[in-house]
Design a binder for this molecule. Structure first.
Ligand code: SF4
Ligand code: MSK
Length: 658
């Protein structure tokens, strides 16, 4: 027995301050340790990532395998069928893109189905909240709107946008928003998406054993599938959600675990589709349920978001946000959560165990996502309040019989979020000069060096939030304006960088622009599907003129420095195929010195698209992005910062005479 004990491997101990810079999360991880509760941080420390999988050098696409290629004799080995390292990596990468694209497009399709049911009068609980956006989206896909009612425009838009999914020939509707030169390149390459279902199906078919075994050909379908996400499913999700629930505009926000209130019924909504959260908002504000909460001894109902549906409600309505992906278990350790309700995507199965430890009821609500250990209450769009009310009632009853010891980190950070591409247009151009001219002008005159999209997840393989925050600080210090989505923006909000006061941390040019406009140097714009807003902003910058003819000409770059999900890979690939240099951190699922690696990291740029980059260190990621921005500025001939010429009265008179 004593002999056996010696062989029991001791679990690696997690030191909270070493795995996160989020103080609230660290405090809760300390408490979890005392309470004997395990989180993803513990499991990550205890489970080394598989090195062969990390290199994407294994294939289990058929029963002649699974085949593992080893790095000995630099990947000279091939699978039983003869598939080489480039084929295997490209197929694995393609399947990641297919899954990420499927996730976003399924989400978008749920929104579109909801839109159809609303306009057909089958659902009363939702309505078109933003008819102006409805009109502009319709016009952007070529629908004539003059002399038509809102309902007529909506019906035509539904028919048009359905093609995003079901069309089998032709180009997806939002291809009309793509700058001409970028679209021409896609046509030449044969990568304009037809419909998302078609592209995902073809991607899966071509990665079956014995089909496409040429990495360059596979890469074309990888791009086509990813573009069906960015300019398809994700864009539909964003635009329809804005039409139904309102287009974001700047709103003061509060983030971090201190948004939980000990004397209120705390309900967390976590997931991605905004319809559940919108209905939870209605229930949480219902006078009857508020009274029920008061009768139970609470001061009220406190609805809080997490992860991406939280980010979406944050930018749209200013609903408080408790934390990003790697804080979802930690927040339950507070003992203060009276109900956790979830829908789809990025919901760790481990949550149900942690919830049980603190007597927090956890509810799944989506028929596509049940979780062992959580109770399922089906959310039905035709009677959404049945589910939402039930969850609130159950939360009130948990409040009444709270047994868990409560410890809420006393940390709340503030900022301003909600910068939709429409608002960026207005903000920089004003009511009478709406447009991207001021942004382009400030890029041309060098006050703004370029624009960066800093997006994506947090990941227990890397110190939570640290790379996001250090990288963004470095970018704004160098006059790079930062746009943010998903969990990344919560990291920056917690660090205080999304408040206008953070302008003092920016370089002199960006600082001047921020102070003039009254905006923060870091703009939070929504959930991970809302990366489509960045694509639209990039297309608008090209359309405005002065910065080249295609997205690939722009001095912009993207990054997901702490990514973890397949959706992130799909997002990265659609940015690359759209023309954006995109740097990922943590790990990259491809081995260097292979033909597939060379294609993604160099070849695609030579073809006129963007390219991938990889670095783990935040300062190195910033350096790579700034280097690329400077390269683009040089190619555009705007690499020398122009001195501002102040026009005096004599000059003005001369101008008038002329
Ligand atoms: Fe092995 Fe080829 Fe089958 Fe993959 S498809 S498991 S490489 S035999
Ligand atoms: S939720 S995909 S952890 S951003 Fe969109 Fe956050 Fe990444 Fe999920």
């Amino acid at each position: 027995m004593a002999e056996k004990d010696k062989t029991i491997k001791k679990k690696k101990e997690v030191v909270p301050k070493e795995v996160t810079i989020c103080e609230a999360t660290a405090q809760m991880l300390e408490k979890a340790k005392k309470d004997g509760v395990e989180t993803a941080f513990d499991r990550a420390a205890d489970m080394k990532a598989c090195p062969i999988g990390a290199d994407s050098a294994c294939c289990k696409h058929c029963a002649m395998g699974p085949c593992r290629l080893t790095s000995k004799e630099p990947y000279a080995k091939v699978g039983v069928c003869g598939a080489d390292i480039d084929t295997i990596m490209a197929r694995n990468f393609g399947r990641m893109v297919a899954c990420g694209t499927a996730s976003h497009t399924d989400h978008g399709m749920v929104m579109l189905n909801l839109f159809r049911e609303v306009i057909q009068g089958n659902i009363d609980d939702y309505e078109i909240k933003d008819p102006i956006k409805l009109k502009s989206v319709a016009e952007s896909v070529g629908i004539e709107t003059d002399n038509k009612t809102t309902l007529e425009i909506a019906e035509e838009l539904y028919i048009e946008l359905e093609k995003t999914y079901t069309q089998i020939e032709g180009e997806i509707p939002f291809a009309k928003r793509v700058p001409e030169k970028t679209l021409e390149l896609w046509r030449k390459q044969g990568i304009v998406p037809r419909g998302a279902m078609r592209e995902i199906m073809e991607m899966m078919h071509r990665t079956h054993m014995g089909v496409d075994q040429q990495y360059e050909n596979l890469t074309k379908q990888i791009s086509r599938t990813a573009l069906a996400d960015g300019w398809g499913g994700s864009m539909v999700a964003t635009e329809i959600s804005d039409i139904l629930f309102g287009t974001p505009s700047p709103v003061a926000i509060e983030v971090n675990m201190g948004v939980l209130k000990e004397n209120k019924v705390n309900i967390i909504v976590h997931g991605h589709e905004p319809n559940l959260f919108e209905s939870m908002l209605v229930s949480a504000n219902s006078p009857t349920l508020i009274q029920a909460a008061k009768d139970a001894g609470a001061e009220g109902i406190n609805l809080v978001g997490m992860c991406c549906s939280g980010a979406e409600m944050l930018v749209r309505h200013g609903v408080p946000h408790a934390g990003n992906f790697m804080s979802t278990e930690a927040v339950l350790v507070t003992g203060a959560v009276d109900a956790l309700c979830v829908d789809v995507q990025c919901i760790k199965q481990g949550l149900s165990k942690v919830a049980k430890c603190y007597d927090t009821p956890m509810f799944t609500t989506n028929p596509q996502c049940h979780i062992e250990g959580a109770e399922h209450i089906d959310f039905k769009e035709h009677s959404p309040l049945d589910c939402a009310d039930e969850i609130v009632i159950r939360a009130i009853s948990r409040y009444k019989s709270r047994t868990a010891k409560i410890e809420i980190p006393n940390i709340v950070n503030t900022g301003v979020h909600g910068f939709s591409h429409e608002y960026i247009n207005y903000m920089l151009g004003g009511t009478f000069r709406g447009g991207y001219t001021p942004l382009n002008d400030n890029i041309i005159n060098g006050r703004i060096r370029g624009v960066a999209g800093v997006v994506g997840c947090t990941n227990p393989r890397i110190k939570q939030d640290w790379v996001h925050v250090e990288l963004v600080k470095e970018l704004i210090k160098n006059d790079v304006l930062v746009l943010q989505t998903g969990c990344s923006q919560i990291a920056l909000a917690k660090a205080g960088l999304t408040s206008p006061e953070a302008a003092c941390m920016a370089g002199p040019g960006l600082q001047e622009v921020c102070e003039t406009v009254g905006m923060p140097p870091v703009l939070g714009i929504g959930a991970c599907v809302d990366n489509s807003r960045i694509l639209v902003a990039a297309a608008e910058m090209v359309k405005e003129g002065g910065l080249g003819d295609s997205i690939a000409d722009l001095p912009v770059a993207g990054t997901a420095p702490e990514w973890m999900s397949e959706k992130a890979i799909a997002i990265g690939q659609y940015f690359v195929a759209s023309g954006v240099y995109t740097v990922f951190g943590v790990t990259f699922p491809i081995v260097e010195e292979t033909k597939f690696h060379e294609l993604l990291f160099e070849g695609l740029e030579e073809q006129g698209m963007g390219k991938w980059g990889y670095a783990v260190d935040p300062y190195e990621i910033a350096r790579l992005m700034i280097q690329h921005i400077d390269k683009k500025r040089k190619e555009l001939g705007i690499d020398k910062t122009r001195e501002r010429i102040l026009v005096d009265m004599a000059d003005r008179r001369e101008l008038e005479v002329a």
